[in-house]
Design a protein around this ligand. Structure first.
Ligand code: SF4
Length: 473
């Protein structure tokens, strides 16, 4: 997929099917050795590589996996001219590997050698990962064995963005569900708070996400904020975020509700400052709306704001993306998050500008530009994750001004401590204190299901208590 974006790839064990482009891999084991062999045939030209590993080599399976990876990478890179910058590193949480290396006592030099020589990372991605690991570590050390975060899901948006992969309902259709949805949320919050009291875990961060939580009215927002304050102990709370993603949902009244509460951080997400691109992806607002709402939030006194950008949106160009990055820097939010567009299905690629597919490096250039310029303006990477099917296999990075890290982002991505989720689409993720066991408890995905089967939502919450009985802190 990294080398042939958008193409349908099939696998077979039938060797007679070696026509067209193909990649053949084989492992033969016997007489104390494993023989690895790879052949790539692309555009009528074939190339191959092979090697042997003793069966009793330490970590034999992992060595085979990495050597296969490197051979495939070298052959396909030579055949296609593409050189994905994360090398053979797959998985959505690459920084975890860096934490592990540090915990194992490796020096920075050893880590650099491992990731460049064995994983084939580019120098730029290696620097990014090392810096992110260091910044993330400071946030991780603020979590304790009895910490947890609370996530409130508001799965409604004013309209659906074309690239969206979340379960989010356009408010036009779901408006009538909102009052009932809010009253069920209140019930679920009260029930969750009781469990938290019984277990004795301590609330570290609160996060309203979605969707777009500011699709709620000012009164609904106030109600939820009041209930959370009333029901949960805030004495260990360090961060309280409300995503106000879409400027078309932000009003002065809602910002005042937010400012007059314990909320410490909001997100206002332009995704791009190019109006044509905004229109092409189905966002019903302009770049000016974003800027106006940003200033409105500042005037109200909100002093920690995150802004998201996406590299690779249909119709965007390198110049226009640069202008978006520069425009955000000029506004000076405390956090800027740069995502790489994730294209979920091959069919979606049709909607992506063919320019990106012909020159995959364009998105890579956008991401490199943001990394370089944000560093020059004192924004540091503090969390990083990858999604499947991103353009050029790239990453999403949260940058912040020193000391302004979004804690929840790190905790959810690192799976540092339990996240108790309420609302439709919420997934409670229980993390064994001091251990590695993870258990998920799913709420129903769709609002109407959440409402009609609410008894089951509450019944499932008891998994939280059982988990902490099995894995006390
Ligand atoms: S605002 Fe976010 S959650 Fe809502 S439709 Fe757009 S991408 Fe999806």
């Amino acid at each position: 997929m990294m080398f042939f974006p958008g193409e349908k790839i099939t696998t077979t064990t039938d060797l007679s099917q070696q026509d067209g482009d193909y990649l053949y891999t084989r492992l033969r084991e016997g007489e104390g050795i494993g023989q690895l062999f790879v052949r790539a045939s692309v555009g009528g030209t074939s190339a191959e590589e092979g090697m042997e590993i003793p069966l009793d080599a330490p970590d034999y399976d992992r060595q085979c996996e990495r050597d296969f990876g490197r051979m495939v990478y070298r052959l396909l890179s030579a055949a296609t001219g593409r050189a994905p910058k994360w090398g053979i590193l797959t998985g959505i949480r690459p920084i975890k590997l860096f934490h592990q290396c540090v915990a194992d006592g490796m020096t920075e030099e050893e880590i650099r050698r491992l990731f460049t020589q064995e994983m084939l990372l580019s120098p730029g991605k290696l620097d990014l990962a090392i810096q992110t690991q260091k910044n993330e570590q400071k946030v991780l050390s603020r979590s304790t064995r009895d910490s947890f975060s609370l996530y409130i899901s508001i799965p409604f948006c004013p309209s659906r963005c074309h690239y969206c992969s979340f379960v989010s309902h356009s408010i036009d259709r779901a408006k009538k569900l909102m009052p009932e949805y809010v009253s069920r949320l209140v019930e679920e919050l009260r029930y969750t708070a009781k469990l938290v009291d019984q277990i004795g875990i301590k609330l570290k961060t609160v996060y309203f996400g979605g969707g777009t939580p500011t699709t709620l009215t000012a009164e609904q927002l106030q109600l939820l904020i009041d209930v959370i304050k009333e029901e949960f102990d805030f004495s260990h709370l360090e961060e309280y975020t409300i995503e106000a993603g879409r400027p078309d949902t932000i009003t002065l009244e809602k910002l005042q509700v937010i400012k007059n509460s314990d909320v410490t951080r909001i997100s206002i997400n332009p995704q791009t400052l190019n109006d044509q691109v905004l229109e092409a992806v189905g966002r019903r607002h302009t770049a000016k709306d974003v800027i106006d709402k940003f200033h409105m939030a500042r005037e109200v006194g909100i002093d920690c704001i995150n802004m998201d950008l996406i590299a690779g949106l249909p119709g965007d160009t390198l110049d226009s993306f640069r202008r978006s990055v520069d425009g955000l820097i000029a506004l000076g939010p405390e956090n800027i998050t740069v995502h790489s567009l994730s294209v979920k299905r091959a069919a979606d690629l049709a909607k992506v500008d063919p320019e990106f597919l012909r020159h995959g490096s364009l998105v890579s250039d956008m991401v490199d530009y943001s990394q370089r310029v944000l560093a020059q303006h004192d924004y540091h990477p503090y969390y990083l994750y990858r999604q499947k099917n991103t353009m050029d296999n790239l990453e999403n990075v949260g940058y912040c001004r020193p000391g302004q890290e979004g804690l929840y982002n790190v905790y959810i991505m690192d799976e540092t401590h339990s996240i108790l989720a309420v609302g439709a689409g919420g997934v409670t993720k229980l993390r064994e204190p001091g251990g590695s066991k993870i258990q998920r408890v799913f709420n129903f995905k769709f609002p109407y299901e959440y409402l009609s089967r609410f008894d089951q939502v509450i019944a499932r919450k008891d998994e939280v208590t059982k988990f902490y009985e099995t894995y006390p802190f």
